[in-house]
Design a protein around this ligand. Sequence first.
Ligand code: SF4
Length: 438
Amino acid sequence: MTAAPRISFVSLGCPKALVDSERILTRLRAEGYEISRKHDGADLVVVNTCGFLDSARDESLNAIGTALKENGKVIVTGCMGATPELIREKHPNVFAITGPQAYESVMEAVHEAAPPAHDPFTDLLPPQGVKLTPRHYAYLKISEGCNNRCTFCIIPDLRGDLVSRPAADVLREAEKLAAAGVKELLVISQDTSAYGVDIRYASSPWKDREVRAKFLDLSQELGELGIWVRMHYVYPYPHVADVIPLMAEGKILPYLDIPFQHASPQVLKNMRRPAHGEKTLERIRSWRDICPDLAIRSTFIVGFPGETEDDFEMLLDWLDEARIDRAGCFKYEPVKGARSNDLGLEQVPDEIKEARWHRFMQRQQKISAAQLQKKVGKRLPVIIDEANGTVAKGRTKYDAPEIDGSVHIQSRRPLRVGDIVTVKVDRADAYDLHGMAV
Ligand code: SF4
C-alpha cells in the first residue's frame, strides 16, 4: 500500500468559505488524501482565501506566504482566486490558483501536484462528510452567488448571480447531518430570503411530497427535523413575516441575522441595498408582535461615502428604537473594484469614521446589555459548545456560534458537548450570561 499524500489546509474568511472548505476536504478525504495539521512535512498546502475586504486580502496573502515558506507547494483557491494577478504579484511561485467554488479545478490541481494513493480503504468517509465546525453544529448552504448589487460589495463579481440548490438536495443534506448527530443547523447563503428566485421556486420531490425552493417552504421542512435551525443573512422583505409564526411555534429558532447595514434612506440608497425602501422599524415591531422573544442580530457600516452627521444620527436613533440584540459594526473600506468608489460621493475622513464607530459601539453595547439583562432569572435551553466536567460554555437559542454571546454554566453533573440543557440564568455581563444547569 502506498502512503496517502498529505494535504495541509488553511480555511480563511466567512462561514460561506468554510462550507466550501468542507466540500473540498470531503472530496480530498473521499479520494484517499490525508489531512495534515502542519504545513511542514505535508505534500502540499491548499489555502482557501477571502478577498472581500483589503484586510482579508492581506491576511490571505500572508497565509500564502507562510505556506510557501514552510512547505513550498501551494494551491490557492476561494474568493482571491478570482484575481490571480494580485496573488502572483506578491507570490509568483504558487503552484496553482483556482477561483471560488471551483471544486473541480482545485481537485485537478491537487491531482497534478500530489497524485492520489490507490488504496480503496482510504476512500472511506464518515457519512456526513468532513466538517470543520464541531460535530454538534453545521452550516447548511442553500445557494451560491447573489442577484443584488450592493455598491460596496464585490461578491457578485467574484461568485456570480444567485444559484439556488433544489429544496430536496438541501433537505437531504440536512437530514444526513441530523442523523450524524448535528444538533443545530445554521442556514447560510448571500441572501437567504431570496432563496429559489432564480429557479422560479421550482419544486423537487422530497419523501412523499413536492417541496418548493422557497424560504417559507424550506423553513417548514427544516423545522420538522427536530433540531435547532437558525437563519442567517435574511433581508427584511415582506415575505419574511410568513416565517415568524414558525419561530413562535418553536419549529425554527426565534433568531434572525439581518444585515441592515444602515438606517438612513439616502445611505441605503447609495449602497443599493436590497429592501432599502422597507420600513424596517415597523416590520421589526410586527415580527415581535407574533414572536415576542425574537432575537435579531445585524451588521452595519459606518463612514460610507456621503454619510453625513444627520445620516449617522438617524442610525443611532434607529438603534434606540429597534433595540436589536446584537450588532457588529464595520468602518467602510473602499474595496478595490467596488462601485461605491465611483459614485462621486465624498469620502468620510478616517478620524470621523473612527469616532462614529466608537459612538455606534457605545450606543449598541448599552442596548445589548439591557436586552441580555431581561434574560436574568429565566430558565433557558442552552446548547453546550465546550465542557470540562461540571463547568461548561454554551449558547441560548438567541445566540449563534462564533458571532454572538455565550452562557457560562456550572452544573452538578458532568455535561457533554452537544447536550441541550436547561440553565437558570443568574446574572448577565455586557456580552454573556452566567447560570446553573437545573
Ligand atoms: S446582498 Fe449585497 S452585500 Fe450581500 S452578497 Fe449580495 S451584493 Fe454583496
